[in-house]
Design a protein around this ligand. Structure first.
Ligand code: 13P
Ligand code: SF4
Length: 357
């Protein structure tokens, strides 16, 4: 496919902060674990046994996102996408939730479960996409658009959610936007590729925040090329944050990509597709952590990443030693101040009511 065919012409510049990749210093959290004598002397088997013992003793539940490293996925009580993890957190019958994912996900769990202690094993597990927008920027848009509606992807900080009317995830964004009363100006933030996808699928005009995820934005049409022509039994699975999604939708409309073999899905949708679909192999356009689950659950199928280097370094911050320390010392607790949590909960509750695709 031609990379230039569909310019992102419908994006409206609403005052974009050109995101600097968060240049956080990760050495502090890492060195705390490394300098801990007990943990430094433990091998992986001992760490897993220790984690399982502490989980039982402390009535804890371990939630892991689909992008986590394999040993974390393998011992988690539940592995899922953003919406599924929020649902699991809300329903969890546990005193302690250890969230193996990135910070905004743990914050969402803390907002949904104010009575539970929510931990993240490394506070430096951030998100480059969430870092593209601040609450003050949303307030600024609201001052200019007093009747406007703000729909925020779940990949945002709690303060941004508190300024939003609706929250959504990749699995229900189209239906959340469709649920907004007609005739209202809508700001969709922060991911422009997801926003363009939602605009096309919902038929609603959106103002788009020009944020992107550095991992998914790098998955381009050139990575797809003629793969589906060359492999007639293959399916193409794309996360809507991918930098190629707009061009792929255009190519689908033109008949240049086969509609029955191209799917735009959340990570949870990809897992379901892997289970339910009989294609011999799937090309997977998302962070490579998902491949562990796809391959484990479907040993007879082949899953090939569109890009081997689609790796989210923030998701990989969570390791066995950090998870062990988190459970043992009950650190790092994620606390969202109640006035912010109360306002953010309104937007998150709306997201939870809209079913996933
Ligand atoms: P999902 O909700 O599809 O799991 O996506 C979360 C995410 O961070 C994608 O980069
Ligand atoms: Fe954020 Fe991208 Fe990592 Fe997802 S893959 S957590 S959007 S930086």
């Amino acid at each position: 496919m031609d990379d230039e065919r569909l310019p992102i012409g419908s994006a409206v510049d609403v005052g974009v902060r050109v995101w600097p990749r968060p240049s956080v210093d990760h050495t502090a959290a890492d060195s705390q674990v490394e300098s801990d004598d007990e943990i430094a002397s433990m091998g992986d088997t001992e760490l897993v046994e220790g984690i399982e013992r502490l989980r039982a003793e402390k009535q804890a539940i371990i939630l892991a996102h689909n992008y986590q490293i394999p040993p974390i996925q393998d011992l988690a009580d539940f592995v899922g996408d953003s919406l599924q993890l929020s649902q699991q957190a809300a329903a969890a019958d546990a005193r302690l939730i250890v969230f193996c994912g990135v910070h905004f996900m743990a914050e969402t769990a803390a907002i949904l479960c104010p009575e539970k202690k929510v931990l993240i094993p490394d506070v430096e597990a951030g998100c480059s996409l969430a870092a593209t927008v601040t609450a003050e920027q949303v307030r600024e848009w609201r001052r200019e658009n007093p009747d406007g509606v703000v729909v925020s992807y779940v990949n945002t900080d709690a303060e941004v959610k508190a300024e939003s009317d609706y929250c959504c995830t990749s699995s229900n964004a189209v239906d959340v936007v469709r649920s907004v009363p007609e005739g209202r100006e809508i700001l969709f933030l922060p991911d422009m590729f997801l926003g363009l996808f939602v605009e096309r699928q919902s038929g609603r005009r959106l103002q788009l925040w020009l944020g992107e995820c550095h991992v998914h934005a790098g998955i381009r049409p050139d990575d797809i090329g003629d793969l589906l022509d060359e492999h007639r039994d293959a399916h193409l699975l794309l996360h809507p944050e991918c930098g190629c999604v707009s061009q792929c939708l255009y190519a689908l409309g033109e008949g240049d990509l086969p509609a029955d073999r191209t799917f735009v899905l959340s990570t949870g949708g990809m897992v379901r597709h892997g289970r339910e679909c009989s294609a011999g192999h799937d090309y997977v356009g998302t962070e490579t952590g998902l491949l562990h689950r796809l391959r484990t659950e479907n040993p007879d199928k082949e899953f090939i990443p569109l890009r081997e280097d689609a790796i989210c370094e923030y998701m990989k911050k969570i390791t066995l030693p950090k998870l062990y320390r988190s459970l043992r010392d009950e650190v790092e607790q994620v606390v969202v101040p109640e006035p912010i949590a109360t306002r953010a909960r309104v937007a998150i509750d709306r997201m939870m009511k809209v079913p996933a695709l």
